[in-house]
Design a protein around this ligand. Structure first.
Ligand SMILES: Cc1ncc(COP(=O)(O)O)c(C=O)c1O
Length: 381
C-alpha cells in the first residue's frame, strides 16, 4: 500500500519549485550577504528582495523582518529578549496554557530567573477569553504571548480583540503564527501585533528558516551574538538559499491561499463524514467556527491514541497525537489537558490529522478505511 502522510502540521514536504530555486541559489549565488564585493552584493540583493516579500505578506515594513532559524528561535527571541530588555519596566509576563513548547519553555526559563508568568486558561474549544486577559494584565506586564492558531487542535485565537486591547497599554503583544501563517490573512498593523513568529517548513519551505517580525518602534537586543547581520538583531551569516526558497514558498502560498483553505476544509469534512459513516464513536476537539483548515483533532472514544498511532504506522499511515513523543514515550497533551482537565479520557484518546501539499481525497478515503478497521480491532481486543 502507498504510504499516506497526514501530519502536515508537524512539517510539510518542500514544494518542487522551492527545491529548484534553493538548489539554484546554493550553487550559483554563494556569496556572503555581508561581503562588499560583487558576489556579496548579489546575495544581499536576493536577501533584500525576499525580505520585502515576507514583510508584504503580513503588512509590515522590510526593516521589521529579522531572519531566524525558524519558529523556535523566533519565539525564544521574542519572549526572552523582551523580558530581559524590559525588566526595568516590569517582570510580569502573560501567556496561555496551550502554547507550543517553544513559548512555554522560555517562559519557564524566565520564571527560574525571577520573572512571574500568568498562564491563561482556555475553554473547552481551546479559546482564551479576553476578560481573563484583561483581568491578568498589570502595570508591570511587559509582554503578552498568545498563539494565532493552535498546532494541536487548530483553534484560532481572538488575536484582533487582544491586539486592540493591548494597543492601549504599554504591554507588548507577541503571537506565534507558525501554524496560521499562509492560511490566514494576517496584518500586523491592523491587528496591533508587535512581534510575530513564522516558520518556513510548515508552508512547504525548507526547514531551519523562519522570521520574526519586530515592530520598528521596538528595539530588542540580539538573541544570537557575534555578528552585525540583520541590522544587529540576529548574528550569523544569512542562509540565502533557504531564504530564497522560503520566499518562493510564500509566493506560492499567497497565490493558492483561498484554494488551499477550501481544499483542506473539504478534506476535513470528508474525514468527519467518513468516520460517521463507519460508525466510529468520536468527537471533534477544538473550535468548530474559528479553526485552522489543515488541522482536525478527534477524540476516538475508548481507543488509546498511542496504540492507534502505532497500528496506523504499521500500515504506512502517518498521523499524530499532537503531543510530544520522546524516546517512545507519549507525554499526555498539555493542550487537551488545559481544555478538558488532565483526567479527561480525551487526553489519551485523541489524534491529530493534518493536511497539506500532496494530500488527496483518495488518501483521506483510504485513511478513514484503515482507521476504522484498526479502531474496531482495538476496541474488541
Ligand atoms: C505553533 C508552533 N510554534 C512553534 C513551532 C516551532 O517551529 P520550528 O519547527 O520552525 O522551530 C511549531 C512547530 O511545530 C509550532 O507548531
Amino acid at each position: 500500500m502507498e504510504k499516506i502522510y497526514l501530519d502536515h502540521a508537524a512539517t510539510s514536504p518542500v514544494h518542487p519549485e522551492v527545491l529548484e530555486v534553493t538548489f539554484h541559489v546554493m550553487k550559483e549565488h554563494y556569496g556572503n550577504a555581508s561581503s562588499i564585493h560583487g558576489f556579496g552584493r548579489e546575495a544581499r540583493k536576493l536577501l533584500d528582495e525576499a525580505r520585502s516579500v515576507f514583510a508584504k505578506s503580513i503588512g509590515a515594513k522590510p526593516i521589521e523582518i529579522v531572519m531566524t532559524s525558524g519558529g523556535t528561535e523566533s519565539d525564544n527571541t521574542a519572549i526572552i529578549e523582551t523580558a530581559l530588555s524590559r525588566a526595568h519596566f516590569g517582570k510580569h509576563l502573560i501567556t496561555t496554557a496551550v502554547e507550543h513548547h517553544a513559548v512555554l519553555e522560555p517562559m519557564e526559563y524566565l520564571e527560574s530567573m525571577g520573572f512571574e508568568v500568568t498562564y491563561l486558561p482556555v475553554d473547552e474549544t481551546g479559546l482564551v477569553h479576553l476578560e481573563d486577559l484583561i483581568a491578568a494584565v498589570r502595570p508591570d506586564t511587559s509582554l503578552v504571548s498568545v498563539m494565532y492558531g493552535n498546532n494541536e487542535v487548530g483553534t484560532i485565537m481572538n488575536i484582533q480583540e487582544i491586539g486592540a486591547f493591548l494597543a492601549e497599554t504599554e504591554t507588548y503583544f507577541h503571537t506565534d503564527a507558525v501554524q496560521a501563517y499562509g492560511l490566514e490573512d494576517i496584518d500586523v498593523k491592523q491587528d496591533a501585533i508587535d512581534l510575530l513568529s513564522v516558520s518556513a517548513h510548515k508552508i512547504n519551505g525548507p526547514k531551519g528558516i523562519g522570521f520574526l517580525y519586530i515592530n520598528e518602534e521596538i528595539h530588542l537586543p540580539s538573541f544570537m551574538r557575534g555578528g552585525e547581520q540583520e541590522t544587529k538583531r540576529r548574528a550569523g551569516t544569512e542562509n540565502i538559499p533557504a531564504i530564497v526558497g522560503f520566499q518562493r514558498a510564500v509566493e506560492i502560498t499567497e497565490q493558492e491561499r483561498s484554494k488551499r483553505r477550501e481544499t483542506y476544509d473539504g478534506f476535513r469534512n470528508q474525514l468527519i463524514e467518513g468516520l460517521k459513516q463507519a460508525e466510529i464513536d468520536f468527537e471533534i476537539n477544538g473550535n468548530e467556527t474559528h479553526y485552522l483548515k489543515h488541522i482536525l483533532n478527534i477524540w476516538i472514544k475508548g481507543v488509546s491514541s498511542e496504540q492507534l498511532l502505532m497500528n496506523l504506522d504499521l500500515l504506512g499511515i502517518g498521523i499524530s497525537a499532537g503531543s510530544a513523543c520522546t524516546a517512545g514515550n507519549m507525554e499526555p497533551s498539555h493542550v487537551l489537558s488545559a481544555m478538558f482537565g488532565k483526567n479527561s479520557p480525551r487526553v489519551k484518546e485523541s489524534v491529530r490529522v493534518s493536511f497539506g501539499l500532496g494530500t488527496t481525497t483518495e488518501m483521506i478515503d483510504e485513511a478513514v478505511k484503515q482507521l476504522s478497521v484498526v479502531v474496531k480491532r482495538l476496541k474488541h481486543s
